[in-house]
Design a protein around this ligand. Structure first.
Ligand SMILES: Nc1nc2c(ncn2[C@@H]2O[C@H](COP(=O)(O)OP(=O)(O)OP(=O)(O)O)[C@@H](O)[C@H]2O)c(=O)[nH]1
Ligand SMILES: [Mg+2]
Length: 331
């Protein structure tokens, strides 16, 4: 658990509770934690193939947006921590990059980060997407989980997209493949009550003191968050290889408390001139749109006015460059 303890980086913002649980839910959670003994704190890793909804779920469980979400597989590139405090327990969630066969150094680092998160987990949430049958990718993740002692909860996600009768055979099939501690069919986008899942997690956490102050919900710096909030609309508006070839580097991040202004200068890195052309768009339209959309998110997170300027540059094969990966914070 200690590996997920707070880093010495400044936390971004304090919790403002986007969707605070109702009194009833808090009461149920507190009863559960009390029945279990003293205060509990532990690390919960969310793992699975790319695109199954890990980041969507961590945001819902934490009640704050700690990870970006997109329909492009391999959106998450690093380990992302999101902390949820409930009466009697601290839940340190770790979102991870989707597990896949790596083809670049970047992808190798992503898979390494996901596997490392498993090593430090007290509880593992294994997510699958119920809109597709369990495939070799899911089975490969299960093979990684097999030697581990941490209990594994199976999360069958996206149930809003299939007829109920299709979920039951998946539950049976999953049970025949692995000894899951519990199974939860959910919709990370539609459900609004995750009390049962939270209770199942709390019941399996070790006793221990909180590792994070009560109002801290991630260990990411504002600067690191800003790079992700800029990457997110790029993933939304580009296709094919472009989203995978994009990285964002924050060159300047200046907070002016007196003026209530944050000035951010960032470079969007791509691998080819053709990708640069797509990102800039006709008359700069694409970058303008990305800038506008990311600014909304940045202003929400910082609670300040944000002045954002973006620059696009080509760094050939950056995904294969150990130096670039280090500079971009991926290793
Ligand atoms: N219909 C539906 N869509 C969902 C649900 N959960 C997630 N999604 C969508 O699935 C896509 C992938 O979600 P992410 O949360 O980015 O998936 P991820 O597992 O973090 O993906 P990687 O970071 O690439 O590993 C997004 O378009 C989400 O909106 C769900 O319960 N129902
Ligand atoms: Mg993700």
């Amino acid at each position: 658990m200690t590996a997920a303890a707070p880093s010495d980086r400044k936390p971004p913002v304090s919790r403002r509770g986007i969707s605070p649980p109702t009194d009833r839910r808090e009461a149920t959670l507190e009863r559960h934690a009390r029945a279990a003994g003293g205060f509990r704190s532990g690390t919960i890793a969310l793992v699975g193939r790319p695109n199954v909804g890990k980041s969507t779920l961590i945001n819902r469980l934490v009640g704050e947006k700690v990870a970006i979400v997109s329909d492009v597989p391999q959106t998450t590139r690093t380990r992302v921590i999101g902390v949820r405090r409930v009466p009697g327990a601290e839940l340190i969630f770790v979102d991870t990059p989707g597990l896949h066969k790596p083809r670049h150094l970047l992808n190798e680092a992503m898979v390494r980060a996901a596997r490392a998160a498993l090593d430090e987990a007290d509880v593992i949430l294994f997510l699958v997407d119920v809109t597709a049958p369990l495939g070799p990718g899911d089975r490969a993740v299960l093979d990684l989980l097999r030697p581990r002692r941490a209990p594994v909860l199976l999360i069958l996600n996206k149930v809003d997209r299939v007829e109920k009768p299709r979920v039951l055979p998946m539950i049976d099939e999953s049970r025949s493949l692995f000894e899951f501690a519990e199974i939860f069919p959910i919709s990370a986008t539609r459900d609004d009550d995750f009390t049962d899942l939270l209770n199942a997690i709390v019941a399996r956490l070790p006793e221990g003191e909180a590792a994070y102050p009560e109002d801290e919900y991630t260990d990411q710096s504002l600067r690191a968050l800003a790079a992700e909030w800029i990457r997110e609309p790029i993933l939304r508006h580009t296709r094919q290889e472009v989203p995978h070839a994009v990285a964002v580097r924050i060159d300047e991040f200046i907070e002016d408390d007196e003026k209530g202004l944050v000035t951010i200068k960032a470079t969007v890195v791509v691998e080819k001139a053709s990708q640069k052309g797509i990102l800039i768009g006709s008359g700069g339209a694409m970058m303008k749109r990305v800038g506008e959309e990311s600014r909304i998110e940045l202003e929400r997170v910082t609670g300040r006015k944000v002045f954002l300027s973006l620059w696009v540059t080509v760094e050939e094969a950056w995904r294969q460059s150990p130096r670039a990966l280090r500079e971009l914070g991926y290793t």
